[in-house]
Design a protein around this ligand. Structure first.
Ligand code: HEC
Ligand code: HEC
Length: 337
């Protein structure tokens, strides 16, 4: 029997998470929308648990270009100050590398910002998986009062006033500028954000020299110790849900963010399921975890060993695993990330 079976039996989307970031509805109960993911990985088998990132499927280049422009468009926010790229900076691994993102009027979000790179490979969007598609996800940040604080009539009004947008939309979409076409263009751009040809992918494709001995050792540990039970597939994550604290509970939120009574805030407790994050961009996207409580990869990896695998990793093991994680990021639109 597979030694990870006990972990997998818990892999269902269930429970509810009350998250404040990037959401039109602050609380959504996913208990009814069960999505079972059956994965079984035998670390000794020849089948690699991680696959190379595929090259993007043929995407309409006009849609990608329009989506790129909209992704960087601050007029999607109520006061024309915040674009998607304000929080998802493509030069910073697709995040702002901050503990929390700042929305309109200097408001601080409630949860750490995940990367947009490779998000098209995730089975669902958001930490709790409440958006089924990249298109649906866009309703969240545009309308969240602490993020972009706008609404579709307001956004359409502003975009329609710009003749260059009118021209670009009418060249692609017969229906012109609508919430659906805006979302389609942005989501198409996001689907182009695949980080291909990483050193690790080259290694998987047979170039054993593409990674160093230390990185290779890190990958072996990642496999043998069972990190791959949760972080696997092309995105090295993003395809199942798990709780943080399979073995024991950990209050990951720093004390200063707990409420004055010392009670647990809504992100603690760790009975909640979160989407296992992709590790493809991990080296570029500190701090770590949904609450941003781990400042470095070393700390995050140590905590993963302890709370997900009941294993105290040595400093050497952590160094090797972090070295392996450094081989994962790859290239996008010709740039090495
Ligand atoms: C003010 C900061 C902010 C802005 C602006 C913002 N986001 Fe986000 N984004 C976040 C946060 C925080 C999350 C995680 C929220 C959650 O899971 O509850 C997130 C999640 C996402 C995800 C899901 C990734 C995953 O792995 O689950 C995608 C995709 C995304 N945002 C795309 C966008 C797009 C497209 C826009 C512009 C329309 C945008 N974001 C605007 C902060 C922001
Ligand atoms: C039982 C499933 C499981 C196992 C096993 C597991 N992880 Fe995780 N990992 C998660 C979950 C869930 C999160 C998100 C936790 C959170 O944010 O609350 C996570 C987060 C991370 C992060 C932070 C990513 C980010 O962007 O915030 C890193 C790094 C990481 N894991 C590495 C590892 C390593 C290395 C191992 C093996 C030593 C490992 N994980 C084992 C489920 C797992």
């Amino acid at each position: 029997m597979n030694k990870y079976l006990s972990i997998f039996s818990a892999v269902l989307v269930g429970g509810s998470l009350v998250l404040s970031g990037c959401s039109a509805e602050p609380s959504v109960n996913l208990a009814e929308s069960y999505l079972s993911v059956s994965v079984s990985i035998d670390p000794k088998s020849d089948v690699e648990p991680i696959q190379p990132i595929p090259f993007p499927k043929a995407l309409n280049p006009q849609k990608v270009a329009l989506g790129d422009r909209l992704f960087h468009e601050a007029r999607l926010s109520h006061d024309n100050t915040i674009a998607c790229s304000s929080c998802h900076d493509l030069a910073k691994g697709g995040t702002d590398q901050a503990y929390r993102s700042i929305g309109i009027n200097g408001q601080m979000g409630g949860i750490n910002t995940p990367t947009v790179y490779n998000s098209g490979l995730n089975i669902r969007q958001f930490w709790d998986g409440r958006a089924r598609t990249l298109e649906d996800q866009i309703d969240g940040p545009t309308q969240h009062p602490a993020e972009m604080g706008s609404n579709w009539p307001e956004i359409i009004g502003k975009i329609q006033k710009d003749p260059s947008y009118q021209k670009a939309f009418s060249a692609i979409y017969s229906e012109g500028i609508t919430p659906t076409t805006i979302k389609n263009a942005i989501a198409t751009f996001e689907r182009s954000l695949l980080t291909t040809n990483s050193r690790f992918d080259q290694y998987l494709q047979g170039n054993k020299q593409a990674i160093t001995d230390l990185e290779q050792k890190g990958y072996s540990l990642f496999n043998e110790y069972g990190c791959v039970a949760c972080h696997q597939g092309a995105n090295v994550g993003g395809n199942l849900f798990q709780k943080f604290g399979v073995f024991g509970h950990k209050d990951t939120a720093p004390k200063k963010y707990r409420n004055p009574q010392g009670k647990k805030n809504e992100h603690e407790g760790h009975t909640h399921m979160v989407k296992v994050p992709s590790l493809r961009m991990a080296v570029l996207t500190p701090p770590y975890f949904h609450d941003g409580s781990a400042a470095t990869l070393q700390v995050a990896v140590r905590m993963m060993g302890q709370y997900q695998l009941r294993r105290q990793l040595t400093e050497e093991e952590i160094t090797a695993i972090v070295a392996f994680l450094q081989t994962l990021s790859g290239q996008q639109h010709g740039h090495v990330l």
